[in-house]
Design a protein around this ligand. Structure first.
Ligand code: CUA
Length: 314
């Protein structure tokens, strides 16, 4: 990944989106007009001060009240320049606010103090937004609390993010790598660290990323705890020792259970696996055979996670 703080020019960060060259050319147009007239006016002032200074025996200058051609010139030229700047800026403003119809959409939520993203696929991420390069991406943004502002300097886009309504932005990234996101509306104590990054990938990399298990890298027991909540195991199996609809998970691993119809079983990985995938195989005495199978619901890794999680509940 390329560092996004790299600069290509003296003044501005890298041009990372299709908006950037448009914004920069208008910026430079205004900048160089200002430089040109600043130098012109300063030079003429100095020239007149020197040439027409008062000196003994010098020419007597007559008072000039007005000069119509000169006044028209210095009114019409700025008028034309300002009109050009307005029309150019207005066109750019419209381009930046109307996303292409085929744009990929991402929901953005600002909250004290992080940026959360949800892709239409349901994939969620926070503090990082992964997008494919050369693809229009439309951000549908809202805030959970106060006003924030979403700013990606490399993309030259910035927009307030307001509670209770949506604001939108769109961009088409042209540079692979990571691009900083800042919050640019003062929003409280950690405003200054309310940052994120846009990670721009090739379409192939993005596809791989999209297909990847979002829980990859999460410790198994932690993944199991998540599955315990997400799959509502919690509604039948307590972790505090109380019996609900099924046996509690507390101290379950290694325990010896009496089975309905006689016999005992020592709770080990093999038994837990069987109980999750084929819940009716062995019923613990005193409970009804009501548990549904989780075959196909849990992946192999999630299954391992649940087993590791149960081991931790002592
Ligand atoms: Cu959010 Cu400043």
């Amino acid at each position: 990944m390329e560092p996004s703080s790299r600069t290509d020019s003296l003044f501005l960060p890298i041009q990372g989106s299709t908006h950037a060259p448009d914004v920069d050319s208008l910026y430079y147009f205004i900048h160089y007009i200002s430089v040109f007239f600043f130098v012109l006016i300063m030079a003429m002032m100095v020239y007149f001060v020197v040439v027409y200074r008062r000196r003994p025996g010098g020419p007597k200058i007559r008072q000039i009240s007005h000069n119509t051609p000169l006044e028209v010139t210095w009114s019409v030229i700025p008028l034309i320049l300002v009109a050009v700047i307005f029309l150019w800026g207005f066109r750019g403003f419209m381009d930046m606010h109307i996303a292409p119809r085929n744009a990929m959409e991402v929901h953005v939520t600002g909250k004290k103090w992080l940026w959360a993203f949800e892709h239409t696929s349901g994939r969620k991420e926070s503090a990082e937004l992964h997008v494919p390069v050369n693809t229009p991406v439309r951000l549908i943004m809202s805030s959970d609390d106060v006003i924030h502002s979403f700013f990606v300097p490399n993309f030259r886009i910035k927009q307030d993010v307001v509670p209770g309504r949506y604001t939108t932005l769109w961009f088409q990234a042209t540079q692979l790598g990571e691009h900083h996101v800042f919050c640019t509306e003062y929003c409280g104590k950690d405003h200054s660290v309310m940052a994120a990054k846009v990670v721009v990938m090739t379409p192939e990399e993005f596809k791989t990323w999209s297909d990847k298990d979002p829980d990859e890298g999460m410790p198994l027991a932690e993944l199991g705890a998540k599955m315990y909540q997400k799959n509502a195991c919690v509604s039948c199996h307590s972790i505090d020792g109380s019996a609900v609809i099924g046996p509690t998970f507390k101290g379950l691993f290694g325990r010896s259970e009496q089975l309905t119809g006689g016999g005992t079983v020592v709770v080990d990985e093999q038994y837990l696996r069987e109980s999750i995938l084929e819940p009716q195989a062995k019923i613990v005495q005193g409970y009804q055979p009501v548990m549904p199978t989780y075959k196909g619901t849990l992946t192999e890794r999630q299954l391992n996670g649940v087993i590791e999680y149960i081991k931790t509940i002592k």
